[in-house]
Design a binder for this molecule. Structure first.
Ligand code: URA
Length: 245
């Protein structure tokens, strides 16, 4: 499906029969919302999946898509890549195109050599909600490390670890020991290579990393690596953003 891009002022003018000059006034008066945010830029690019409202009245409701993919190791969390198979390639090639939509974006990347739950959507509001640290949505990972997990490491995950590059301290993370070298990590944020860097502080290389849940969305056990399914959870389709609601 091709994306039909248009400028916001052109779209509003045609849709409401209002001259373009008056559209600028509507925008200045903050009466227009695009994807849940007040829109003031007449040149903002919108498409057929943009959710557009004027004075609270919906002018265009997008078809929202929510997909769960079991990302295999070696697949890149991107929509396009010259070298590797991408998550979107998987949706089109390996699932007979059933879940494919070019406007999907990834909700929280997984590294190339990590596997597991990858959510994709065209609903920017939902993905922002899930990824925003202030919403404290838990992401759960099963991790296999080279050396035994120590109490010191568990404590440091809980206390937070300083990342000098970003100048931040990680938020409290739960590290549970499943066996000597296997743990379950629960994070409420998603910094670049966060888990690997946290174990790296203890010179304990991560051998395997698999995400099993994001909020209430658990990776479906029946999905083999590379397989996907559409989420038709009523809590999502009814427009409620919180997976906890
Ligand atoms: N932490 C990492 O280091 N890698 C991931 O893919 C996810 C979390």
């Amino acid at each position: 499906m091709q994306s039909k891009k248009s400028r916001l002022d052109r779209y509003l003018s045609v849709k409401t029969g209002t001259p373009k000059g008056d559209i600028r006034l509507l925008l200045a008066q903050k009466r227009v919302q695009v994807d849940g945010r007040v829109a003031t830029d007449a040149q903002q690019v919108i498409d057929q999946f943009s959710h557009i409202a004027l004075d609270g009245e919906i002018l265009q409701s997008n078809i929202r898509r929510y997909v769960m993919l079991n990302k295999p190791v070696g697949v890149v969390s991107a929509t396009k890549d010259d070298q590797h198979t991408t998550a979107l390639d998987l949706l089109s090639e390996y699932n007979n195109g059933e879940f494919y939509a070019p406007d999907l974006h990834i909700v929280g990347r997984l590294d190339l050599n990590s596997s597991g739950l990858l959510l994709l959507t065209n609903d920017g509001e939902w993905s922002r909600y899930l990824m925003s640290p202030e919403n404290k949505v838990a992401k759960v990972y099963e991790v296999t490390v080279e050396n035994p997990i120590t109490d010191e490491c568990i404590q440091a995950f809980n206390d937070g670890i300083y990342f000098p590059f970003e100048g931040i301290t990680t938020k409290p993370a739960k590290l549970e020991c499943i066996s000597e070298c296997v743990g379950r990590v629960t994070l409420e944020e998603g910094r670049y290579h966060q888990i690997k860097r946290m174990f790296g502080r203890f010179r304990n290389p991560v051998l395997k990393l698999h995400r099993s849940a994001v909020g209430k969305f658990q990776l479906d056990d029946e999905l083999l690596p590379g397989q996907a399914k559409t989420l038709s959870d009523q809590r999502i389709v009814s427009g409620k953003l919180s997976p906890d609601s």
